[in-house]
Design a protein around this ligand. Structure first.
Ligand code: HEC
Length: 183
């Protein structure tokens, strides 16, 4: 009797230990040595830009819990930065850059470009990708942003990209008139 009880308890402990070990490694397989899980944005990940953090002309958020890191990078003038997976950066309500997992598009530091339709009822993804994504002035996103390769493809005003035909004040007006705000 005693032996059987001990054996079944110890078998139970082995099962608990195995479950704990799996939990410690992360149920989704995300161990310390593995790449972070990919972030595939959905329409609902895009929101009223006024509800996101603003750094100079940029609005940003992070959908993987790395907002502090993303904001610190945006505030730093240093080159060589790499925004964390899940970062969404926008200048205009209808265009976005989203950071995917390492390996998604290495030649483009794993950014995915978006054309969005925005209205009072929310956001629709019109197009996503790289080479076919065109801004409201008819220019290819990647074609301009690759000039800022040393700054993780973020142009700002002084990272070497061809300029946009808008002033900082006009950018602010476009963000303030985002039709998704105040719903
Ligand atoms: C003509 C070149 C050009 C094209 C084409 C272009 N951009 Fe930009 N983009 C810029 C410049 C320059 C800035 C910085 C503007 C500023 O802060 O004054 C910028 C800023 C941005 C920002 C804010 C972060 C940053 O890089 O400063 C995002 C996000 C962005 N663009 C996304 C896009 C997307 C998405 C497309 C395509 C739909 C696109 N851009 C097309 C030049 C371009």
């Amino acid at each position: 009797m005693r032996t059987t009880w001990t054996r079944s308890v110890s078998r139970g402990l082995v099962a608990v230990a195995a479950a704990l070990a799996m939990a410690a490694c992360g149920g989704d397989g995300g161990g310390a040595t593995q790449a972070p899980a990919d972030f595939v944005a959905e329409a609902s990940d895009f929101e009223c830009l006024q509800s996101w953090v603003r750094v100079r002309n940029i609005r940003l958020t992070n959908r993987r819990g790395f907002l502090d890191e993303a904001v610190a990078l945006a505030q730093s003038p240093e080159p060589g930065k790499q925004y964390p997976v899940g970062t969404i950066i926008q200048l205009f309500p209808g265009e976005a850059m989203v950071k995917r997992a390492p390996g998604y598009d290495p030649a483009n530091n794993d950014w995915e470009y978006f054309e969005l339709n925005v209205s009072a009822s929310g956001t629709e993804i019109r197009k996503r990708g790289r080479d076919d994504i065109i801004n409201m002035f008819g220019g290819q996103c990647f074609g301009c942003h690759e000039a800022a390769r040393d700054f993780d493809f973020i142009c700002e005003e002084d990272h070497g990209c061809v300029k946009l035909p808008v002033t900082g004040a006009q950018i602010a007006v476009l963000q303030d008139s985002d039709p998704r705000c105040g719903q």
